[in-house]
Design a protein around this ligand. Structure first.
Ligand code: CA
Length: 617
């Protein structure tokens, strides 16, 4: 009986007779659903369907108020603004009437499963592990090709093609990630990129409410977050508000021309975003940097359009509430409208006060980067409200510092000391994302043959994991993957060996790694496991000394505990006089956590070439 009824219902629905004759086809509803009891009681509901704009709109709810119905140039869109301040969790109908034609759109307000303050963001006690999902591990070959999607093949020999990695592949290796000792994963974008080419990197979103089905889909994403949480790993989601993919329905059939900058016509950005805060910048420079398009295939969204702005803000809140993510990494942050981005950060942090957002602030100096951090004195009276910025200047310096011979006035580790002396420019130096490399830069090791010198690797990793800030490690660093950006972006994002069935080597296992890889892996793991939950590094202050005898010395302190890092930046032995460091050496002996050796701290400390000590007190 049930089956018969189901068939009749299906037939009625097939002929469009489910509710009334000639109902309009609704192609998208965004957000797909929402929650009762959010701090911001306003909700925008975007309806996209054939010629629906002339409809009269009513809601079948007693406690939801329809405040505003907005029609744009395109008759296929309706934007509803509703007031949820009195609304209980419920299912209701949005009813569209056009003459005799009635279209019913079911909508749900769910019960929240947690309070906003219960979502814990990432901070300096964490270390992020950055993964490009298409290139890490293929956990499900059935989703490699999804019929109907534009890029519908995998080719692992093609550096810009899809390789088939997915969320299940990441979930399958959470033990490996957790064992390494990082405490969070940041995934390059996972939202749908239904683009004809280059869709593997994820930065051309075609539906903000859909995880790319070749990666798994929405439920797999939520499941991955749950599994990560169960293993003590936080999850940071990559988002892009500056631009979307040109195959996005919002661009292909745009609500109005002013949804995209330059009236929806392609004009290339200059990428020179220093013009946003440059007091001498011409109007031309300012406009071309932020309103120009990232590429022709990535139309530049006009966030000054209030409907576009609301759509983007809600999409981010939807993912936090739906999946319980711990943070957002916002792509190309300075390319979007400053005031909009500021408003977005404020609204997210109002809803989730313990959350964290890091913006991609790819600028060449600490002065420029600092402008983008919340409460920056240099930006005042403007305020980005962005809690965390990326320390790109330090990334460049770290890569130089460990190659060059250090002197007391120039070069090598002096660069790090000199840069750190300028930290007063930052409103919050602890909230800087620090990294040696990421998916857009050359890897720390550009050439395979360089990996033979692990001394410099060890020094760089030690500095990264013990100085101020929130470290981020790019997948494969722990197994010495090398890549030069000059060989193409795809090479920076090579497959993790062992992530695909039949791979000749499996670097997820000790036996699959070479001795050199295991030495690097063990070193980074030891430091990461030691750093995990260590308040001296996660919360402690930083005090440092100018370079002496080519050696950089700094202390991290939290309450009555401290760690002192001593780094010889020269290719010679040093005999470091310890008198200047008295105030940070409370005892005559200390344990070096790297070797377990007891180090005697008397008049002079002998150091081997490029030796690093991490002393605990
Ligand atoms: Ca797959």
């Amino acid at each position: 009986m049930k089956q018969t009824l189901f068939i009749i219902m299906s037939l009625l629905s097939f002929f469009g007779l489910g509710n009334a004759a000639h109902a309009a086809t609704i192609r998208k509803v965004a957000p797909t659903y929402w929650w009762a009891g959010m701090k911001n009681p306003e909700l925008q509901i975007l309806l996209y369907g054939d010629n629906i704009a002339s409809s009269d709109v009513t809601l079948s709810s007693k406690d939801i108020t329809l405040k505003e119905v907005v029609r744009q140039d395109n008759p296929n869109y309706l934007f509803l603004y509703v007031d949820l301040s009195e609304a209980a969790p419920q299912q209701f109908n949005i009813v569209l009437k056009q003459g005799k034609k009635t279209t019913t759109v079911p909508y749900e307000l769910k019960q929240r499963t947690r309070k906003g303050c219960e979502i814990k963001g990432f901070d300096a006690s964490d270390v992020l592990y950055l993964i490009m999902p298409d290139r890490f591990a293929n956990g499900d070959t059935k989703n490699d090709v999804v019929p109907g999607m534009l890029e519908n093949k995998v080719d692992r020999n093609e550096q810009y093609g899809r390789h088939g990695g997915d969320l299940k592949g990441i979930a399958d290796h959470l033990d490996y990630i957790s064992d390494l000792g990082v405490t969070a994963i940041w995934l390059n974008p996972t939202q749908e990129n239904d683009m004809p080419e280059g869709s593997y990197h994820g930065y051309a979103i075609t539906d903000y409410y859909q995880i790319d089905r070749r990666l798994g889909g929405n439920e797999d994403f939520k499941s991955l977050v749950d599994q990560a949480h169960a293993k003590g790993l936080k999850v940071v989601m990559d988002m892009i508000f500056n631009h979307c993919g040109s195959e996005n329905y919002l661009f292909k059939d745009k609500p109005s021309k002013d949804w995209f900058n330059f009236k929806s016509k392609y004009v290339q950005t200059s990428y020179k975003t220093a013009s946003v805060m440059d007091i001498h910048a011409s109007e031309y420079e300012k406009k071309i940097a932020t309103d120009g398009w990232f590429t022709e295939a990535m139309p530049d969204i006009n966030q000054r359009n209030r409907h576009a702005a609301r759509y983007l803000i809600q999409s981010s809140i939807w993912w936090i509430e739906y999946a319980g993510i711990n943070g957002i990494r916002q792509d190309t942050h300075p390319y979007a409208d400053f005031d909009f981005m500021s408003q977005w950060c404020k609204e997210v942090m109002d809803e989730y006060p313990n959350f964290n957002i890091v913006g991609e602030t790819w600028l060449n100096s600490n002065v420029l980067v600092s402008f983008w951090q919340k409460d920056s004195k240099l930006a005042a009276p403007r305020n980005s409200n962005l809690p965390t910025v990326m320390d790109f200047p330090l990334q460049g310096l770290m890569n130089r510092a460990i190659v060059e011979e250090t002197t007391d006035w120039n070069d090598g580790l002096y660069l790090l000391y000199d840069y750190m002396t300028q930290d007063f420019v930052y409103a919050n130096p602890m909230n800087l994302l620090t990294f040696l490399d990421n998916h857009d830069t050359s890897r720390f090791y550009q050439k395979e043959e360089q990996t033979k010198n692990l001394t410099r690797f060890k020094q760089a990793i030690t500095f990264l994991l013990t100085t101020r800030g929130i470290p981020q490690i790019y997948y494969g660093t722990e197994i010495l993957m090398a890549a030069d950006k000059a060989d193409g972006d795809g090479t920076l994002r090579r497959d993790f060996p062992g992530g695909w069935e039949g791979d000749k080597t499996d670097c997820f296992t000790r036996n699959g790694r070479t001795d050199l890889q295991n030495e690097a892996f063990d070193y980074i793991k030891k430091l990461l496991q030691w750093r995990k939950g260590n308040d001296v590094i996660g919360k402690g202050s930083l005090k440092h000394f100018s370079i002496s005898n080519g050696t950089y010395v700094y202390e991290r302190r939290y309450q009555d505990r401290s760690v002192v890092v001593i780094m010889n930046g020269t290719d010679s032995e040093q005999n470091l006089p310890l008198a200047p460091y008295k105030e940070i050496l409370p005892k005559a002996t200390a344990t070096d956590i790297l070797t377990g050796n007891t180090i005697t701290l008397t008049d002079n400390l002998p150091l081997k070439e490029r030796e690093t000590l991490v002393l605990t007190f």
